[in-house]
Design a protein around this ligand. Structure first.
Ligand code: F6R
Length: 259
């Protein structure tokens, strides 16, 4: 894991956008996209680069991490709608190249298997954007998720439903269930970009990065991945015991190395 502590959320967004741009400019790419507040700055920066610098997503495909069960893709709070509104409708992905899970699927297990097959058919995910929940979830793999889990239905914790209630009219409107890529699925992406900003994420970041690999903190499973970039602002890094070490090594990193 490479832990990169940046001064502000804008720096996190720019650095994440740099890594995604580098991947996209390399050739046809498969992007893994998170939703929620964390990647919004990154998506805005990518939109800006599309509009001002000609960064094109025409040869890219994208897969969402998760979706609420019971919400139609057109529902304003679905992650299909979210990613369209916040990112993909403002750039030039081709028709049918932004994939998500069907929250209305009558057979969620079959939908999960279909999604895994689509990711595999696309050749796997090149770069996966991840946020982290205050309880340490990635995707919607809540605590005690198997570290080897595949795409499946999960029940959200009370804490996650409360955290996400800000997107809905009322807490009762937040669905109980989601379809999410599993930790085993996420770990097959070739490069993971875990982003976190703000003091509220500091404890989860410290547990994920410096704690033991344990299902109680699902994001700790990323320690088993060979290529993870953890991009955090000062506030999200505030509980890390080895901050000085991360800053020192990043400061002396050879410029040619990239993320
Ligand atoms: C969203 C997702 C979640 C969020 C996490 C943090 O697709 O998979 O794991 O990344 O809940 O949410 P925010 O960014 O809203 O704090």
């Amino acid at each position: 894991m490479e832990i990169i502590i940046l001064p502000t959320p804008d720096d996190v967004a720019r650095t994440a956008a740099d890594a995604i741009e580098e991947q996209v400019r390399r050739g046809p790419s498969v992007l893994g996209l998170a939703t929620g507040s964390t990647p919004l700055g990154t998506y805005q920066e990518l939109i800006r680069r599309h509009q001002e610098d000609g960064l094109s997503f025409a040869a890219a495909q994208a897969f969402l991490l998760d979706e609420y069960v019971g919400l139609h893709a057109a529902h304003p709070q679905s992650y299909h709608s979210f990613i369209r509104k916040e990112f993909t409708e403002s750039v030039d992905f081709g028709d049918g190249t932004v994939h998500g899970l069907d929250g209305l699927a009558g057979d969620p297990a079959a939908e999960a298997a279909r999604y895994e097959a689509r990711i595999a058919a696309a050749g796997g995910v090149d770069i996966q954007v991840l946020g982290i929940g205050t309880d340490g979830h990635v995707g919607f793999n809540e605590p005690m998720s198997s570290l080897a889990s595949r795409t499946r239905i999960k029940t959200l914790t009370r804490q996650t439903r409360q955290d996400n209630a800000r997107f809905f009219a009322a807490l009762e409107d937040v669905p109980d269930h989601v379809l999410t890529q599993g930790l085993g699925t996420i770990r097959e992406a070739r490069h993971l970009l875990l982003l976190a900003m703000g003091e509220a994420k500091a404890e989860a970041v410290a547990a994920a990065v410096e704690g033991p690999v344990a299902a109680v903190c699902p994001a700790s499973a990323l320690q088993l991945h060979p290529h993870v970039s953890v991009l955090v602002d000062e506030a999200a890094a505030s509980r890390l015991a080895h901050r000085g070490y991360y800053q020192d090594t990043f400061g002396r990193k050879p410029a040619w190395q990239g993320l």
